[in-house]
Design a protein around this ligand. Structure first.
Ligand code: SF4
Length: 327
């Protein structure tokens, strides 16, 4: 039992005092916020080294601190109280259950805004025997203080670096200062786990950083600038997952998305092969040659997730990532 500086009011002669009291496990549990979990399932669509040939046991947390009009997970990302309300202990049980079901790694998807409760859940799962790599999969806006809670608990960081320009980030995702926030977050992640080994990238990843970047039609994501920022920030040893799977269907699920499509008509289509090849060239020019690639011709038509189903994802081998190491 530890002594925590917990502010507690103690009535004394009609007045309230503030003091520190020994913190019991019960009080400690009360002090850790609950976790809202929208879905938990085995997932086969991640970069091939994640899980080492087995699916990743992903926990999809409810809500997101961004509002991307094209979000394919908007059923849960725009609903911060979707799914189950769990204690950290309950969340740890769900992590261990995914390991038991055959997951090769555990993925924490959209953990940023629930960091305290989730970090505690991972800690408890480790105490309960979890020996799989833990993957932290976020949109790249994680405050450094949040990431420090996960130092030593996370093995693989898998953030997005979505945009190279703040103005576009605001228009498409309603986030301010994205570029600076993502640069700082990726630097902290790299400080904690370093680069992914080249040999692990083609086999079984246990530790390291992989950054994801979704190419947008019309070059809206400013891929070249993202690549330059990453190379300057963490160096050319970075493994970058250059995603070609953008699909416009989620835009037409909401009025806000439809408005976005009117203002940015290029968002109403998938990316072209030429645009994807330009993005690959831009990465090479920036010095980033370690790439996970997708087939742009195989952007999912019907593969968008439906979180009302027990199995939210429809799997198609053709959209799995390929690994490329440019000379
Ligand atoms: S950051 Fe990801 S999960 Fe969040 S709204 Fe954007 S696309 Fe959806």
């Amino acid at each position: 039992m530890g002594l925590w500086p917990l502010f507690v009011g103690i009535p004394n002669m009609g007045r309230w005092w503030v003091t520190a009291i020994p913190c019991s496990p019960h009080l400690s549990a009360m002090a850790t916020p609950p976790v809202y979990l929208a879905a938990a399932c085995l997932h086969r669509g991640e970069e091939p080294c994640l899980g080492g040939g087995r699916p990743v046991g992903n926990l999809f947390f409810s809500g997101c601190n961004l509002r991307c009009g094209f979000c394919q997970n908007q059923q849960i990302s725009h609903a911060p109280r979707a799914g189950e309300r769990l204690t950290p202990e309950g969340c740890a049980e769900r992590i261990l259950a995914l390991a038991e079901q055959g997951g090769g790694a555990i993925g924490l998807v959209s953990p940023t805004h629930q960091g305290r409760g989730i970090a505690r859940a991972v800690e408890l799962a480790r105490l309960g025997g979890l020996d799989l790599p833990v993957i932290y999969n976020s949109n790249g806006t994680d405050p450094v203080a949040t990431l420090r809670r996960f130092d030593g608990l996370v093995d693989i960081y898998l953030p997005d670096f979505k945009y190279g320009a703040d103005a576009v980030a605001w228009e498409l995702s309603r986030v301010k200062g994205y570029v600076g926030r993502a640069t700082a977050a990726v630097a902290e992640m790299h400080r904690q786990v370093g680069h992914l080994d080249d040999s692990a990238a083609t086999t079984d990843a246990h530790r390291g950083l992989i950054v994801r970047h979704l190419c947008l039609p019309g070059g809206l994501a400013a891929t070249g600038r993202v690549a330059r920022l990453l190379a300057e920030s963490v160096g050319d040893g970075l493994w970058l997952s250059l995603m070609a799977q953008y699909h416009p269907a989620p835009l037409f699920e909401s009025e806000a998305g439809e408005e976005l499509a009117r203002r940015f008509p290029e968002l109403a289509r998938t990316i072209t092969v030429a645009e994807y090849e330009e993005a690959i060239d831009a990465c090479g020019l920036a010095g980033l040659t370690r790439l996970f690639l997708q087939d742009p011709a195989a952007a999912p038509e019907s593969g968008l997730p439906d979180f009302r189903r027990e199995e939210p994802f429809v799997w198609r081998e053709s959209i799995d990532s390929q690994v490329d190491r440019m000379p």
